[in-house]
Design a protein around this ligand. Structure first.
Ligand SMILES: Cc1cc2nc3c(=O)[nH]c(=O)nc-3n(C[C@H](O)[C@H](O)[C@H](O)COP(=O)(O)OP(=O)(O)OC[C@H]3O[C@@H](n4cnc5c(N)ncnc54)[C@H](O)[C@@H]3O)c2cc1C
Length: 306
């Protein structure tokens, strides 16, 4: 089976109740915590300290997304406010990343916006930063438009753009007008060809185009990939265009290619590790399995050993 078919198969299976029950039961012992730093903030803080000690910056994600009620969304807001306090108290080199569905985007846009403003305002007062992750394409328009509304008054907020989406080049042009800090990623969800390039080569080419466009427009760019070709592209592009390491950063996920993270930091680049924590790890873990079929092999091998 081709990798992209397997990826689509895993992402589709993740929607099944049976698969969810099975992975919830066995996932923690079978590798889910390779990608998730802890269940609680207390468990996660030592991980952040260690990453910082090794010269790596962090963006901390409290896992949670999808269908939520307003009590859950309020809890998420309170949790992010507490996370920002803890980051400040411990003087950690860490921003936060969040998903708008966790703040209730699907329930009530204005309430979700108010929760986001509360979090961003606190981050800005502390000199920190909030990255709005990008979810599946049913949420792209709502996420981009909410971001566009807030960005003029809130420099402490950034967005994510996915290179697999056909619309991303147009979004990037608008974001450059706002001088927005953008994280460029390939994209992790199951999307139809009408909205996303089905071909990996096109996704990779578009990634390069988006990174180059944003850097050339003079905007801070977070290049979020573990792909050595795209990392080398960014190094060459910035060098040949005289763009200093203060204008961009590399970002990678906790538990993925740690040696590469370290090597880039040692070469003088800013490297930020995306560290997720919390009990709602299921959808995040399934996306990590889907990205690399070898991860599924690792999971199944451990299962067979039990
Ligand atoms: C910091 C950060 C934030 C992100 N935020 C978002 C977001 O907001 N929205 C969104 O849709 N996506 C997000 N993603 C995920 C992204 O869209 C990709 O799905 C993911 O990064 C894999 O793509 P890649 O660029 O690493 O390239 P790939 O071509 O998928 O991988 C390149 C190489 O990296 C390694 N690798 C990649 N993934 C894995 C894995 N799961 N396990 C083990 N090794 C792996 C392998 O060696 C692989 O050969 C984020 C990724 C990063 C790094």
């Amino acid at each position: 089976m081709s990798q992209s078919l397997l990826r689509r198969g895993i992402l589709a299976a993740a929607e099944s109740e049976t698969v969810a029950r099975f992975v919830h039961r066995y996932g923690p012992n079978l590798g889910a915590f390779r990608f998730v730093a802890g269940n609680t903030l207390d468990e996660t803080v030592p991980v952040l300290r260690e990453l910082n000690r090794r010269g790596l910056s962090v963006t901390l994600d409290r896992l949670g997304e999808g269908e939520v009620d307003s009590a859950y969304a309020d809890q998420a807001e309170a949790a992010y406010l507490a996370i920002l306090d803890r980051i400040a108290l411990e003087q950690l080199d860490s921003h936060v990343s969040l998903k708008l569905t966790q703040l209730g985007l699907d329930l009530d846009r204005e309430a979700a916006k108010a929760r986001l403003v509360a979090i961003v305002s606190k981050a800005e007062a502390q000199g920190s930063f909030v990255r709005v992750d990008m979810e599946d394409s049913r949420h792209t328009e709502a996420t981009v438009s909410l971001f566009m509304e807030l960005r003029p008054d809130h420099p402490g907020i950034g967005l994510v753009i996915q290179s697999y989406l056909r619309r991303s080049e147009a979004d990037m042009r608008e974001l450059a007008r706002l001088r927005a800090n953008v994280r460029v990623v390939k994209g992790a969800y199951l999307e139809p060809p009408a909205v996303a390039f089905p071909d990996k080569a096109e996704v990779d080419e578009n990634f390069k185009r988006l990174v180059a466009m944003h850097l050339e427009a003079g905007c801070y760019t977070a290049v979020a990939t573990h792909d050595p070709v795209l990392i080398a592209f960014t190094e060459d592009f910035t060098r040949s265009h005289g763009i200093g390491p203060d204008r961009f950063e590399f970002q990678m996920l906790f538990g993925i290619r740690p040696a590469l993270q370290q090597a880039l930091a040692e070469r003088g680049y800013r490297v930020r590790v995306y560290v997720p924590f919390g009990p709602d790890w299921y959808p995040y873990f399934m996306r990590r399995l889907a990205e690399r079929p070898a991860n599924l092999g690792f999971f199944l091998k451990n299962l067979a050993r039990r």
